[in-house]
Structures are given as C-alpha cells and as structure tokens.
Design a protein around this ligand. Structure first.
Ligand SMILES: N[C@@H](CCC(=O)N[C@@H](CS)C(=O)NCC(=O)O)C(=O)O
Ligand SMILES: [Fe+2]
Length: 370
C-alpha cells in the first residue's frame, strides 16, 4: 500500500491520494485549490470514486480545493474537529476512522503546529501534515500553535509508531518526499534526542516570516476553501481609522488576525444573546450593557486587560454599537482595540436583509449554536 504523492511547487505542499484497488474507492489528503484539475485527472485515470477530502489542519499557506472537489465528485469533507472548519461534513476527533473500500484511515489528534492539527495512519504509513516534517516540523508561532504541545504530540503519537512506518509530510521545501519514523527519531535535528525544553528553545528561535497568503488562506480554509474576498465587504482590507479607538475591521480581517494569533476576539453581547443566537469559537465573553456607569467599571477594565494579554482586541457585538463603546474604553486603558464592522448579525437598518447580508454569521465565518 503506497499513496499517490502529488506536489504543489509554489507552496511546497504534498497532496496524497489513497486508494483501495479492488473497489476503487479513494481518499484525498490536503488538496490544493490550484491543482484541482490535476487531482481530478488522477482520480479519473485510476477510475477512482472519491469518498473523502480530508484536511490535516486549516492551512495558512495555500487554499484547499476540498469544497470544490466534493461538489464535483460527491465525496464528503472531513477535517479535525478542533480546527474550526465549520463546513466539514465530518468533524474528526482522536481515534476516528474513515473507510474507503476495505481500507481504513485513522485520525490522531496531534496539536502543536495548530491547536487542531491531526496526523492520519494508514497501515504502515503516517500522513503527518505539518506536525512532523522531514528533518523538521511545522512552526508553532500562529493559529494556537504550541511548541510544548507539538513535542508531546510527536513523542506520544508519532515516535511510538513502528520504526518502519513511512512518514509522508504535508510539506517539503527541499525536494525530499518521504522518510520513516525510525529515521526521524534518530536524525531529526529539531526532535531527535532533544528534551522538551531544548525543543521549545529551538522553536522560539526560528523567527520565520509570516506565510505570504495567511490572511487570505486561513479564512477560506475555515470554510473548506470557499473564498471570502468575493463580496464587496469581505476583502481583507486594512483597518479603517476611527475616532477614539484603534479602528474598524471587517469580520474577515478580524478572524484572520485571531487565527494568526495577533488578536483576541472579545464578544460583548449578553449571555442570552450568545446562547440563543450563536457564538464564535474561542471568543472571550465580556458581556456589556449600555447603562450609565457601565463604561467606567473596574470589573470591565480588568476583564479587557486579561483578555488582551498583550495582543490586539477585536470587539464583536450584535451590530457594531456596543463594540464601539467597549473599543473606546479599551483604548482609554492603553489597549489596542478594534471594532468589528457589522457585528455578529449585521445591521438591519443598513442592509435591510437581516441575517442575509452583512455580519459575522451571514458571511460564513465560524460560529456555533449551543
Ligand atoms: N514561505 C512560506 C511559508 C512557509 C511556512 O511557514 N510553512 C509552515 C507550514 S504552513 C511551516 O510550518 N514551516 C516550517 C518551517 O519552515 O520550518 C509562505 O510564505 O507560504
Ligand atoms: Fe501548515
């Protein structure tokens, strides 16, 4: 059993197609938007029926073709449950399996490169995404990444696989294609023989540049590759200046900042609104009521400072009124606070179609209902 390994040169990304020869059922892992014609040709030439388009994580460097692939092939999207890919039909948790013909792909939750990242085991193969690369590993400096978590994921879930297991990485930037667990255990310069503290120090010293496409890629990948830059309000334009606070940002830019670890999203709606209308995964709740005295309130000040923890704040309410009041207060406290335009539901007076135009929810950004 060997996967078909395909390469996207501009992003250095590997895509894998796995098949069960008798039934011709197949799975694709980490497909790339620009390579959809190539991937459809491969599926056709091997007469494969695609069952699942699977992501190892919400990528920061390229856009997935998963949504388009499933539309064209009838497959289902599957993604790690903790990645916030709200459109994925199957939300994978640790130990879950996907079946194609008589074959099984098993998901391992391996946080570190991102909080939700997964690796997938297929017989004597492991698809390591950006958790373990050949003589390297994924960076841990954005998207809820953690060097400590990555070290533990590798030690607990990857270096415990048989030494002969073939490692198929999510990327390689130097032309290498695959490795083995035994070889990486012995030779990986970041991980072999390193203590957790040594590994954390190595990762802290990398100082890698931001991926060029991160602001465009992450929001799109959270909806399986459906772009958010098509609509008039959705472009990832720079914040616009505002009086009394740091500025106004679109929902898409706010989410891009949250995903890249630059900003914390604070939801200032009431507990009831969040519970009944819906909420944003990972948001910090700081309910704010517009009654006299509420703005200058030690409790509110403390919660805002704690939420920011040195990062930018992006403030969300229903339609963008309360969030401005709180942004002003946060900036008066010395924080770097932005208002999210249109809020969670959009403004019915501005757009006339409440819930269908404008607002976090209508724009397809991640949210969930209790
Ligand atoms: N230069 C690339 C970014 C490459 C990058 O940051 N790759 C991530 C994976 S999404 C990584 O973990 N790289 C590890 C490394 O370079 O050591 C771009 O702009 O897209
Ligand atoms: Fe990545």
């Amino acid at each position: 059993m060997t996967p078909i390994q395909l390469f996207d040169a501009p992003s250095g990304t590997y895509t894998y197609i796995l098949m069960h020869p008798e039934t011709r059922e197949a799975i694709i892992i980490d497909p790339v938007e620009e390579q959809i014609e190539r991937d459809l040709d491969v599926l056709k030439s091997y007469q494969l029926t695609l069952r699942y388009a699977v992501e190892t994580h919400a990528h920061a460097d390229h856009i997935t073709s998963a949504a388009k692939l499933v539309e064209l092939t009838g497959a289902k999207t599957a993604a790690p449950a903790d990645c916030g890919i709200t459109t994925a039909a199957i939300q994978l948790t640790h130990g879950d399996t996907l079946t194609f013909g008589n074959e099984t792909l098993k998901a391992l939750h391996t946080p570190g490169h991102t909080g939700g990242s997964m690796c997938f085991v297929w017989g004597a193969n492991v698809f390591t995404g950006d958790t373990l690369l050949i003589n390297g590993c994924g960076r841990t400096d954005f998207q809820s990444g953690s060097a400590e978590a990555l070290y533990q994921s590798v030690q607990q879930h990857l270096f415990t696989l048989p030494d002969a297991t073939t490692v198929w990485p999510g990327h390689d930037y130097q032309g290498r294609t695959h490795s083995t667990i035994g070889f990486e255990k012995q030779n990986n310069q970041r991980l072999a023989g390193k203590t957790q503290a040594e590994f954390v120090a190595i990762m802290a010293g990398l100082n890698l540049p931001r991926p060029k496409r991160i602001d465009e890629a992450v929001p799109a990948n959270l909806t399986s590759g459906v772009r958010h830059d098509a609509g008039e309000h959705q472009a990832l334009t720079a914040p616009t200046a505002a009086e009394g606070y740091a500025g106004d940002v679109s929902c898409a830019l706010a989410w891009a900042w949250v995903q890249s670890g630059e900003a914390v999203l604070v939801d200032v709606r009431s507990d009831a609104e969040r519970e009944w209308v819906g909420q944003v995964p990972g948001a910090v709740a700081v309910p704010f009521k517009q009654w006299p005295g509420m703005v200058e309130n030690a409790d509110l000040d403390g919660q805002l400072k704690a939420a920011a923890n040195g990062k930018k704040l992006v403030l969300l309410c229903r339609s963008g009124v309360r969030s401005i009041a709180v942004a002003k207060r946060a900036c008066a406290l010395g924080l770097d606070a932005y208002n999210i335009l249109e809020g969670f539901e959009g403004d019915p007076d501005t757009h006339g179609h409440r819930g269908t135009r404008g607002g976090w929810r209508a724009r397809g950004l991640p949210w969930r209902q209790n």
